[in-house]
Design a protein. Structure first.
Length: 294
């Protein structure tokens, strides 16, 4: 199959340089899926990305995978200043959840300039970003959302972070005293370091990142109720990022998204959080849903 591959570099509104890879089918299309990785991830690590870059264009759908400011534990990129470009340390350890809007908008703008009219946003492990962008921006250029592995952040903090409640109080105190960039004395899941501002941004029970709380029967899913776009929720049979059966989580998500034009679910048996050895079934489901939605 002939396919055009383009390395895309863009500046966000706060002048960070971010990169993406764009894969386009030989025959022109107006439909594209933009993939956004999860916390500490990047735009290439998951094997299903490698398969998507071939299989989506083969089905007449362009595909872009984006490297965001919260990539990897710690990283660096270029920052444009009045004096020129300089290196700036970024990565999940320095990220704020709300900044996802800047990154998403940058690449929605870019594919819009390239003529794409049917823009689907896809997120893995932290699809919260795409939902937050949709409900805050109300961007009419979007055609739908693909939400893969809906991590319950509070479950992760309480299960995998030592002395979570004590460290949450510490993070609040550090941010209040102007020490938000300082690193916390405790590591998160997968031994990930985090600054105080990052710990608070993702770990505050009242924070904007809290969209899925499957272990709390009283949780109201306010963000999901604001979704009006078609959305596909995807879960593997085993997912360490939540405290309940993923099939039950899918049922909750669909039920709590009453205002979506089309809320659907895809459950993939014998698959894990990264969909290793289940890439074909994942991609087949995504392709079929995108075609049905367009």
């Amino acid at each position: 199959m002939n396919m055009k591959t383009t390395w895309v570099k863009q500046l966000t509104e706060d002048k960070l340089e971010l990169s993406a890879l764009l894969f386009e089918p030989e025959k022109k299309t107006d439909t594209i899926v933009i993939h956004f990785h999860g916390k500490e991830g990047n735009f290439l690590t998951n094997r299903f990305i490698f398969e998507m870059k071939d299989q989506l264009p083969a089905n007449g759908i362009a595909f872009m995978t984006v490297n965001q400011r919260d990539r990897d534990y710690l990283s660096e990129t270029l920052l444009q200043t009045p004096a020129g470009f300089e290196f700036k340390q970024i990565g999940f350890a320095h990220s704020l959840f709300e900044d996802c809007v800047k990154d998403v908008k940058t690449f929605v703008d870019e594919v819009g300039r390239r003529g794409y009219k049917k823009i689907f946003l896809e997120g893995h492990s932290l699809p919260h970003k795409l939902i937050y962008y949709h409900i805050t921006s109300k961007d009419k250029r979007l055609a739908g959302l693909i939400s893969m592995c809906m991590s319950d952040l509070l479950f992760q903090f309480r299960s995998y972070v030592e002395d979570y409640e004590t460290n949450l109080k510490l993070a609040k105190a550090m941010v209040s005293s102007g020490m938000g960039e300082e690193m916390m004395p405790v590591l998160l899941w997968a031994q990930a370091p985090a600054s105080a501002k990052t710990f608070l941004s993702y770990g505050d029970p009242q924070g904007k990142a809290q969209m899925f709380s499957f272990c709390d029967e009283k949780f109201n899913y306010k963000a999901l109720k604001k979704i009006t776009l078609p959305i596909l929720y995807v879960e593997p049979e085993t997912d360490f990022s939540m405290g309940i059966n993923p099939k039950k989580a899918l049922e909750i998500c669909v039920k709590e998204t009453p205002n979506s034009k089309q809320a659907g679910s895809l459950y993939i048996e014998k698959a894990s959080h990264s969909f290793i050895n289940a890439e074909d079934r994942l991609i087949r489901g995504v392709v079929n849903w995108v075609k049905k939605t367009t």
